[in-house]
Design a protein around this ligand. Structure first.
Ligand code: SF4
Length: 363
């Protein structure tokens, strides 16, 4: 499910596992991640769209070709897969078509074909903007190709998505920060952040097993993804997913060997982002006037992000400040904001922008 209420889109995933991939990236095993094998044919695409949409109330449906390198597969196969989706688009049964692909498989003629079939969004598997990390992941493309592909997609008017993978071999915090800055400069419309998970049957699994690769812990994955997400949001880049979508395969410990996999990754990342911002503001306010009454208010739809997953932020605030706060739902507080009110004044934290403004100061 999309993490932001503001972007309500229902995806019809059409998996094309590893189809078109010229290389096998060290971390990737789409058969296990998606739980699908083989390539669908046109009639399967058509049936899938019907199965999702028939008899269901109107939503914003998007047919999405995921799990492979869509623009790298032969043109005739792309067209036969796109045909039924385009038909559904023209008949108003779906609202958009998107795909994910590699940055080195984007050219003018390729984009013209996608446009002829009504595609409007292309998500690039970027993973990192550090050429050393890309090389070690055997991606087979460079950061410069990400820049070129992003520019060409913009020129053709596509909505551009970037998929990032914090925690790849060779990435340290400095590399992660450089990647994050580079993505912020490119400013894709949307981003997905997938902290690295070690999946059985990959080269990364071998490196992890023989001790060459140190997998991320869940905590490290949350830290890295929260940093990226906060920077992206502050630059107006929508983050539509954090962490791999839970599937039966991924919940099987024989498939996921190590790394930052938890179905709660999205909630944990938001808990961290909100908590860091709230505590930064409370540190300042309470150091000036420690004994004051303090009310923390938030929109009802922000409750779990503000209080934290399993109320962790409420518990930590007790330990950190040695006192109780009043936690209050208040729909007058805008979504994605936290209001802090004390006897001395009122502050409003804009959690997307990472900014706090003073609303009122009492004498
Ligand atoms: S990450 Fe993308 S390009 Fe690499 S093997 Fe997987 S699907 Fe193919």
């Amino acid at each position: 499910m999309m993490e932001k209420e503001r972007l309500r889109t229902s995806i019809i995933p059409i998996f094309i596992p590893h189809i078109g991939c010229p290389y096998r990236c060290v971390f990737c095993n789409q058969w296990r991640i998606t739980g699908h094998e083989g390539v669908p044919d046109a009639s399967e695409v058509s049936n899938l769209i019907d199965t999702y949409t028939r008899g269901v109330e109107k939503r914003h449906w998007e047919a999405a070709f995921y799990g492979g390198s869509f623009t790298a597969i032969p043109g005739s196969l792309q067209e036969s897969l796109l045909e039924p989706a385009y038909e559904a688009l023209q008949e108003g049964r779906i609202d958009a078509i998107r795909c994910s692909t590699r940055p080195d498989c984007i050219t003018g003629p390729i984009l013209e074909r996608l446009q002829r079939y009504g595609m409007t969004t292309v998500e690039l598997g970027v993973q990192s903007m550090d050429d050393v990390v890309l090389e070690r992941a055997r991606r087979g493309h460079t950061a410069a190709q990400v820049k070129d592909a992003t520019a060409l997609l913009r020129q053709y008017g596509f909505t551009v998505g970037h998929q990032l993978m914090p925690g790849l071999p060779g990435e340290d915090w400095q590399s992660l920060i450089r990647t994050t800055d580079a993505i912020c400069r490119l400013k894709p419309d949307i981003a997905r952040i997938y902290p690295v998970v070690v999946i059985a049957g990959t080269e990364l699994a071998d490196s992890w097993q023989n001790g060459e690769y140190q997998a991320l812990t869940i905590h490290e994955g949350v830290q890295r993804a929260a940093y990226m997400k906060q920077q992206f949001l502050s630059k107006g880049i929508q983050v539509i997913r954090t962490g791999l979508q839970a599937t039966e395969n991924l919940d099987d410990p024989a498939q996921v060997l190590a790394g930052a996999y938890t179905p709660a990754m999205g909630e944990m990342v938001d808990t961290r982002r909100y908590q860091l911002q709230l505590f930064r503001v409370l540190d300042q306010i309470l150091s000036a006037c420690p004994g004051q009454t303090c009310v923390i208010s938030y929109n009802r739809r922000d409750t779990s992000r503000v209080r934290g997953i399993r109320n962790v932020t409420v518990h930590r605030s007790r330990l950190r400040y040695g006192r109780e706060f009043l936690w209050k739902e208040d729909d007058a507080v805008p979504l994605y904001h936290i209001q802090v009110k004390t006897d001395g004044g009122t502050w409003l934290i804009d959690t997307d922008r990472g900014r706090c403004s003073i609303i009122e100061i009492n004498d």
